[in-house]
Structures are given as structure tokens and as C-alpha cells.
Design a protein around this ligand. Structure first.
Ligand code: FAD
Ligand code: FES
Length: 300
């Protein structure tokens, strides 16, 4: 039997909210929202691109409304300029660090690691850059939560930072456990604090960043009822600590994963990772199914 519904413009059959089934019966029309792009490639203009710690830079871009609508945990594919003698062939994925709607702005916090980010480093105010996004599935905040715990390390701190503002807007308290090699590399601590988060910095230099000490801190937060959910990025060791605690105390969690990417839109399968789903191994594309995933299912 043919199930296909013949769609007709509202009003074609006399202006009522109905459409015609192939059988000839009139059926109630569902409101069809007009199609709107959720991602776009556009030429953004550099507002500033400043060093904020010895290894990190903050890039602020003037952009359009689609880009500035990015949500925490989503990312952009940046067409990086070519630094002298190098050709970063593919676009580079970069998480959103901050957004602003009026005027439209997006920000990235990046660590200079290779040809692409060395190219980003050459950008000056007034230059332009091709950005494609926002892409991927971002973090989700449950309005029932009262307090969340955010645990990040290295460039992962940039990915987690916009959660602080989103949580504050929903009246959800945040404790951020930020990990780095040295205190001066705890890059997004200011942003978390400005949004009212409690920040606990742990560093290799002070011998406080090891999994045993982080577990002690997290157990303390759980016992004080300050952990309705975990959010993490940037460290497989810290991920395992949170997975253990999440299972022990039945706490939900989300993790933002990083994987080398090519297309960024689910077509090339170069970013596939394994996930443990109900004891079986399932493969997923980090760019398309993530980069934010259920903490319990992530594998190192
Ligand atoms: C969704 C997503 C969001 C990201 N957000 C940020 C961000 O906000 N800030 C930031 O600084 N970086 C971020 N990254 C990481 C950044 O995209 C990579 O470091 C990128 O390779 C930098 O490009 P490059 O040309 O400078 O360095 P490349 O020359 O590409 O890489 C430098 C070195 O890092 C290694 N490498 C690159 N990517 C990975 C990886 N996924 N795992 C292991 N080794 C790797 C390369 O093999 C090489 O040795 C993100 C990555 C993803 C997937
Ligand atoms: S980067 Fe192509 S599928 Fe993910």
C-alpha cells in the first residue's frame, strides 16, 4: 500500500490547515518549519589575536549570526593561513571558546602545535579567515542539575570554558578542576571565575595533578553534594577517574573528545573511535556523532 503523502501548499485546497493523502482523503497538515542552515562557511574578520600564556593565543573573530550561534562543545573547521614554508592542507578543528551575539563574535583559544596553528599565529586585526561551522554535537545541561563538576587539562580547558557561562545562565553552579603542567598554563581559570565558578587548579609542577589527588578532590565534591554531573576534556587519565566515580555514585557525565579530522562533517570516516556500549564495541565519528559523548561509553 502506498504510504506516501502528497504534500500540498496550504491554501491550495481552500485555505484550511490540511493536505491531500494519495487516497484522496484530507489529512491535518503538520506545521513545517522553514529550512534554515545550522552551519556555514564564511569569511570572518580578525578582531584580535593575542598571546594569553606562553603557549596559548586567543583569537577573536567578527562573524555572522550562524557562527555566533555556536553552542558549548561545538567546533569549527578553520582554513588556516599558510605560515612561511608550510602548507596546512586540511582545515583544522577548533572548539568554540566564547560567543557573542551583539555584535556577532566567536572566539578560539589555541595552542601553537603545528603548521595550522602556526598559520593562525600570523593573523592580525583586520585580516580575514575562512571558518566553517558550527559543527558537531555539543554539551547538554539538564535544568534539574544544581551543581556540576568540570574537569579539564591542556587545550581541553578551552573546550570546557563556554560551559561555565551556559551553566551560570541556567542557575547551575560549577566547580572547575583545571589541570596543567604549570600554574601559568591554567588558561581558562579567569573565564570560569568570571562566571562564578569555583576553580581548583592542579599542576604537574606542584605535584597535585596526579589521578590519585584528583580522585580525592572529586570524592570530596561528591560527598558535599556538589556533583550532579561530570564534564571533561583533555586527559584520558582523568577520564578514567571520572568514569570510575560516575559508575560508583551513578552520576551522569559527558566528554568532549579530540581526534584528527579531515572533512569535519561525517563523510570521510577518518575520525572514527571505538566506544563501549553495553559491553560491545561500537565505532562512531567524532566530528558527526560528537565531539561530545556519554562519559560512560568513551574509551581511551
Ligand atoms: C573537536 C576538536 C576541537 C579542538 N579544539 C581545540 C582548541 O580549542 N584549541 C586547541 O589548541 N586545539 C584544539 N584541537 C586540537 C587541534 O585541532 C589540533 O592540535 C590540530 O592538529 C592543530 O593543527 P596544527 O596544524 O597546528 O598541528 P598538527 O601539525 O596538525 O599537529 C601537531 C601535532 O599534534 C598531533 N596531533 C594532532 N591532533 C591530534 C590528536 N587529535 N590526537 C593526538 N595527536 C594529535 C599531530 O600528529 C602532530 O604531531 C581540537 C581538536 C578537535 C578534534
Ligand atoms: S572528519 Fe570526516 S568523518 Fe569525521
Amino acid at each position: 500500500m502506498q504510504l506516501r503523502i502528497v504534500y500540498a501548499k496550504l491554501g491550495f485546497f481552500g485555505g484550511d490547515d490540511s493536505m491531500l493523502h494519495e487516497s484522496g482523503q484530507q489529512v491535518e497538515a503538520e506545521a513545517v518549519a522553514p529550512w534554515r542552515a545550522t552551519a556555514a562557511s564564511e569569511i570572518a574578520t580578525v578582531v584580535s589575536n593575542r598571546a594569553i600564556a606562553s603557549e596559548y593565543r586567543r583569537l577573536v573573530l567578527s562573524c555572522g549570526p550562524i557562527a555566533s550561534g555556536a553552542r558549548p562543545g561545538q567546533f569549527f573547521q578553520l582554513l588556516c593561513p599558510q605560515p612561511a614554508g608550510e602548507k596546512p592542507f586540511l582545515r583544522r578543528p577548533m572548539s568554540i571558546y566564547a560567543t557573542q551575539a551583539d555584535p556577532h563574535r566567536i572566539e578560539f583559544l589555541y595552542k601553537v602545535a603545528g603548521a595550522g596553528t602556526r598559520g593562525l599565529e600570523t593573523l592580525d586585526a583586520g585580516d580575514t579567515i575562512d571558518v566553517f561551522g558550527p559543527l558537531g554535537v555539543g554539551f547538554t545541561l539538564d535544568p534539574q542539575w544544581r551543581r556540576i563538576v568540570v574537569v579539564g587539562r591542556g587545550a581541553g580547558l578551552a573546550t570546557l570554558a563556554p560551559l561555565a557561562r551556559a551553566a551560570a545562565e541556567m542557575g547551575i553552579g560549577v566547580t572547575a578542576v583545571l589541570s596543567a603542567r604549570r600554574p601559568d598554563l591554567l588558561v581558562s581559570a579567569d573565564l570560569f571565575q568570571a562566571c562564578g565558578a569555583d576553580v581548583i587548579g592542579v599542576t604537574d609542577a606542584e605535584a597535585t595533578s596526579g589521578p590519585a589527588n584528583v580522585e580525592k578532590i572529586l570524592r570530596g565534591l561528591i560527598s558535599q553534594q556538589r556533583c550532579d554531573a561530570f564534564f571533561t576534556c583533555g586527559s584520558a587519565r582523568l577520564m578514567r577517574v571520572q568514569q570510575r566515580l560516575a559508575a560508583e555514585f551513578a552520576i551522569p557525565g559527558q566528554i568532549a573528545l579530540e581526534q584528527q579530522m579531515a572533512c569535519g562533517i561525517g563523510l570521510c570516516y577518518c575520525c572514527v573511535r571505538d566506544f563501549n556500549v553495553d559491553g560491545g564495541i561500537v565505532t562512531r565519528r567524532v566530528c558527526w556523532d560528537g565531539p561530545v559523548f556519554d562519559l560512560a561509553e568513551a574509551m581511551p
